[in-house]
Design a protein around this ligand. Structure first.
Ligand code: BG6
Length: 503
């Protein structure tokens, strides 16, 4: 995020080492993002990309594979645009000349000696080591980078390490991982990614809240009845069965992405948009989530798994590389409470799941209803509460649900929308969401990255659910392509509330 600037300067020269160079992340997200940054003139002509992985490929072959990935991704989004318009040679060719590849074992010191030589040859003082690897390598790669002297910073020569999720699998493992990383580098060198923070609509929550004076007045428990945070996906586990079956919806989505959304909505105004101030406020609000007892955690959570639906697609247990007896949840709904002055008594309902009817990531803020008294002698028998919807994806935008009188002699109230859609106001260049994150890492802005305490507070807040489920590992079911399990509706119905409909 560019603080205090309306236009961004190119990032300084840097060597970007991509560990896990042949993995899906590099292919689907990182390389297209690097290309987009180059297209927008935000990279220094001296940016070097160094792939690191165990397969044997030449520099040229690696560069041409990266080009093919970018093309493939772009074609999937805009099938009608010809290839040479998708990749502009004026952008790609200079970038390709600075792409190289190191074949190496992540667990061998020799690899890191080669990387040190590579860095010297690239002649960039700065280096970013991007761990797009399985999490089991995070500690080892960091320790070996340190042993090779690659994490040693000097004035005007930074060394940064980007760590992808999953960052731990519970509070204890996250604490251990943080401790191990902090043995070999400082917090300022660690960039823990949550790709939700790369989304424009997520960054916009903060700007909306804090640049529009009207919001603060009613952004509290006097006026807000409850908040719903939804991340619904229509896709299933696709090719990630073996990973997902160990993880499940709660770990995969809640302590990271959903809590980022919750923090953006619920945090106190930071004193400035700097990394320390923003991350400090987020740590406080996620840290204020009430720790349920095991009984409360069970009562305030729903876990479910998709079974084959009417579209004939397989249920979760029939997916490739998933245990046919699996009890892993592909859907979770939770009720959490934030114990601070602003939010006391306001439930936050969270839900996320795979193979639901639509893709829909949204925050819906439900306001307390107007008093009914004035409508007593009319045909109106119920006043609906107002909702503010922040639509994260797709159809990015924001709108209020308001009540209005339907024209005509009878007093009939209709629901109308007051809002804005991104596409009506802004021309958005194609992006993956990683552009901002990479750029911020190159320029040293940690605002959109998770600090150690942010990560640990997220795990601390979900730990009661993990503990409770470890003793009651049964999941309910929902048909693929539906809006989720019936018990999720009951979770809200019990409080006299209902989920807003998906889509
Ligand atoms: C990832 C999860 O972090 O986020 C995936 O591991 C999930 O399971 C994805 O599909 C959702 O991201 P997005 O940007 O599509 O909402």
């Amino acid at each position: 995020m560019k603080r205090g600037k309306t236009t961004a300067e190119p990032a300084p020269p840097v060597s970007l080492f991509l560990f896990g160079a042949h993995g899906d992340l590099v292919k689907r997200l990182l390389m297209p993002a690097i290309y987009n940054l180059a297209r927008d003139g935000l990279l220094d002509p001296n940016l070097h990309i160094v792939g690191v992985d165990h397969n044997e490929v030449s520099d040229a072959e690696f560069a041409s594979r990266l080009k093919a990935f970018i093309l493939e991704q772009a074609k999937a989004k805009t099938p009608d645009v010809p290839g040479d318009q998708v990749i502009d040679p004026a952008v790609w060719d200079p970038l390709a000349q600075r792409i190289s590849y190191v074949t190496g074992d992540f667990t061998s010191d020799d690899t890191y000696q080669t990387l040190a030589l590579k860095l010297q040859a690239n002649n960039t003082a700065n280096a970013v080591f991007y761990l797009a690897t399985s999490p089991r390598f995070f500690t080892e790669v960091s320790q070996r980078l340190n042993r090779a002297g690659l994490l040693y910073e000097q004035p005007n020569a930074y060394r940064r390490v980007v760590v992808e999720k999953p960052f731990g699998s519970d509070l204890a493992t996250a604490q251990t991982l943080n401790a191990k990383l902090l043995e070999v580098m400082t917090e300022r060198q660690i960039y823990r990614i949550d790709h939700y923070l790369g989304k424009e609509t997520v960054q916009n929550i903060m700007v909306n809240r804090f640049s529009n004076g009207i919001f603060e007045a009613f952004w509290n428990n006097h006026y807000i009845d409850h908040v719903q945070i939804t991340a619904a996906e229509s896709v299933g586990v696709e090719t990630r069965g073996s990973f997902y079956d160990q993880v499940g919806a709660l770990r995969d989505m809640v302590p990271n992405h959903l809590f980022q959304l919750l923090a953006m909505v619920a945090m106190e105004p930071p004193a400035a948009f700097g990394a320390d101030a923003v991350r400090g406020e987020k740590a406080k609000v996620v840290g204020a989530i009430r720790a349920w007892t095991k009984e409360e955690a069970l009562a305030n959570s729903v876990r479910a798994q998709y079974v084959s639906g009417t579209d004939g697609k397989p249920g979760y247990r029939e997916e490739p590389r998933v245990d046919p007896q699996s009890q892993t949840e592909t859907y979770v709904a939770l009720k959490v409470m934030i114990d601070n002055w602003r939010w006391m008594g306001v439930p936050f309902y969270l839900r996320t799941g795979k193979r639901l009817s639509v893709r829909d990531t949204e925050i819906a803020i439900c306001f307390k209803p107007a008093p009914y008294a004035q409508f007593r002698d009319t045909s109106v028998d119920y006043i609906k509460p107002n909702f503010l919807h922040m639509q994260i994806q797709p159809d990015e935008g924001m709108y209020f649900d308001l009540q209005a009188k339907r024209p005509g002699p009878a007093l009939v109230i209709d629901n109308v929308k007051l809002g804005f859609a991104y596409k009506d106001f802004f021309q958005m260049q194609p992006s993956t969401g990683y552009e901002t994150l990479l750029y911020d890492c190159f320029t040293g802005d940690q605002t959109l990255f998770q600090r150690a305490d942010n990560i640990e507070n997220g795990w601390r807040a979900v730990q009661p659910f993990l503990d409770a489920w470890a003793e009651h590992d049964t999941v309910s079911e929902y048909p693929a392509g539906s809006d989720g399990p019936a018990d999720a509706d009951e979770l809200l119905a019990r409080d006299g509330r209902a989920w807003h409909s998906l889509g």
